[in-house]
Design a protein around this ligand. Structure first.
Ligand code: BES
Ligand code: MN
Ligand code: ZN
Length: 502
């Protein structure tokens, strides 16, 4: 029997990029010394027998019920120190159910005093779930559980000891498996970067910080980073963007990251991220409760930077342009007033009726600017509306698009990555809400259909380009005791970018 195993390396919580590393060994599952093998009950019985641990196994699992959510660890004496048995393995019918099975195991694994673990992927293989999906789900579960953010604690969080996870699949094609692991390592890096940026406090993470972090990507081959400062934006006529950053002491930046992974003549995919590093609402000031969470208003930017990092790490054969619209929305004597009229980069004029609807203002100039690259598609990502949270909660991001094919690609990427979206309408009827008596349009409609109307506003700037918008107000971060960035929709964007290779 030809056996192979690979390695996914997980490092500590350093705020720096990690080396992507996977091992491709042809060792038998039992050949190598290992702290822990993660497997099913059925396979554990077989493994324990070969290891001379049948009796330990029998004693330990006496009361074990083999069902989803249950797991048990069998201690052995030999060079394999533990078998971690996952209840309900071999029964997954899709990615969601596999994720439900694996997530608690990943959390248990992180707490164990071990340096390495090997997943016996055969234990999770069913007809309906492919090998690369198993790798993806396991790696994602481990990545999420291994994430720690203690940069600003005076005492570092207790470190887990797990250093590497090997993925072992005798039945899988070597190339399929090594490719899946390569992508998993890239996603791990992109997710960590997105979460770190999202969690960073707003007195540190301002527009210049996002520029600085973007510039780090330019150390990699085929990547360059440039930015328009406010002077340049004034010159270009980006009046909508400037109306937002005007009230802040922290100057805005429109950052462009270019990654050339394909032939120069191939049209680029464009990702745009809302990078409001703090959203007070401006003169239309927000109420105090949970206002701290408006530091997450740059999670769109964090996710496009994270997805770009993953694409670069995975050396995807695409041309990608990532635009980060970074500004802070503050009230001040210089801030935009409700009633002010500004001229956007597109030439269209906007009556700003509510300074808290600022995301669409920075994005509309970014979208109009994106058109100059003659893109294959434009996808913007934004924590755009509270109404989106009311509509979909935190489970799905809202998807809007003026192009069915693009919407389908994004929906497939969502299904394949488990990073859910739900498509919402962009019907003409909703456009009426944006009527202004004084300018080409207002920046807000009424109370109804807030997320849809915000998307309608953006659609006016995309014109005939293939464009999609993801409202991630509900999915980008957790509130309450788990407060923190989720890194979403990095998994979805990364999958989508993979689908754009040809
Ligand atoms: N950043 C907010 C949206 C938001 C709210 C994201 C809560 C995440 C959690 C956005 O800039 C905003 O303030 N939107 C307003 C729009 C309204 C004034 C039309 C909103 O949703 O209330
Ligand atoms: Mn706002
Ligand atoms: Zn906002």
């Amino acid at each position: 029997m030809v056996l192979s195993s690979f390695c996914l390396r997980i490092k500590g919580n350093k705020f720096c990029s990690r080396t992507m590393k996977y091992l491709n060994s042809s060792a038998d599952l039992l050949d190598k010394k290992s702290s822990c093998i993660v497997t099913s009950l059925k396979n554990a019985r077989r493994l324990a027998k070969s290891l001379g641990g049948a009796k330990q196994l029998r004693n330990t699992i006496r009361d074990f019920i083999d069902k989803n959510g249950n797991s048990i660890c069998v201690q052995l004496d030999g060079k394999i120190e533990r078998l971690l048995i996952v209840g309900g393995a071999l029964k997954s019918s899709d990615l969601d159910s596999l994720a439900k099975l694996v997530t608690p195991v990943a959390s248990q694994l992180i707490k164990m005093p071990i340096k390495d673990a090997v997943f016996d992927l055969e234990a999770f293989k069913t007809k309906k779930v492919k090998w690369d999906h198993i790798v993806q789900v396991i790696a994602k579960a481990v990545t999420d559980n291994a994430y720690q953010y203690d940069k600003h604690k005076s005492k570092a969080a207790e470190k887990y000891s797990l250093k590497q996870v090997r993925l072992h699949a005798p039945g899988a094609e070597k190339r399929e498996l090594s490719n899946a692991i390569r992508l998993a390592n890239a996603l791990d890096e992109g997710l960590k970067l997105a979460k770190d940026l999202g969690n960073e406090p707003p007195n540190v993470c301002n527009p210049n910080y996002l520029l600085k972090e973007s510039r780090r990507l330019a150390r990699k081959p085929n990547v360059s980073v440039s930015s328009f400062n406010e002077t340049k934006m004034k010159e270009l006529g980006m009046g909508a963007f400037l109306a937002v950053s005007k009230g802040s002491e922290a100057p805005g930046q429109m950052v462009t990251i270019r990654y050339n992974g394909a032939k120069a003549n191939q049209a680029p995919v464009i990702l745009i991220g809302k990078g409001i590093t703090f959203d007070t609402g401006g003169i239309s000031l927000k109420p105090p409760p949970a206002m701290d969470e408006m530091k997450f208003d740059m999670c769109g930017a964090a996710s496009v930077i994270g997805a770009t990092m993953a694409a670069i790490e995975a050396k995807l054969k695409i041309n990608l342009i990532t635009i980060v619209a970074a500004a802070e929305n503050m009230p001040s004597g210089r801030a935009t007033r409700p009633g002010d009229i500004v001229k956007s980069y597109s030439g269209k004029t906007i009556e700003i009726l509510n300074t808290d609807a600022e995301g669409r203002l920075v994005l509309c100039d970014a979208i109009a600017y994106a058109k100059s690259f003659k893109p294959k598609a434009i996808v913007d990502v934004a924590t755009l509306t509270g109404a989106c949270i009311i509509a979909l909660g935190s489970h799905a991001s809202a998807l809007y698009s003026n192009d069915d094919q693009l919407a389908n690609s994004l929906e497939s990427a969502a299904n394949e990555s488990g990073d859910k979206v739900w498509r919402m309408p962009l019907w003409e009827e909703y456009q009426g809400n944006l009527k202004s008596n004084f300018a080409d349009m207002a920046n807000v409609g009424g109370r109804e259909a807030g997320s849809v109307v915000a998307a309608c506003f953006l659609s006016r700037f995309a014109d005939n380009e293939k464009w999609a918008h993801l409202d991630i107000a509900g999915s980008a971060f957790h509130s309450g005791p788990r407060k923190g960035s989720t890194g979403r929709p990095v998994p979805l964007l990364f999958k989508y970018l993979q689908s754009q290779e040809n």
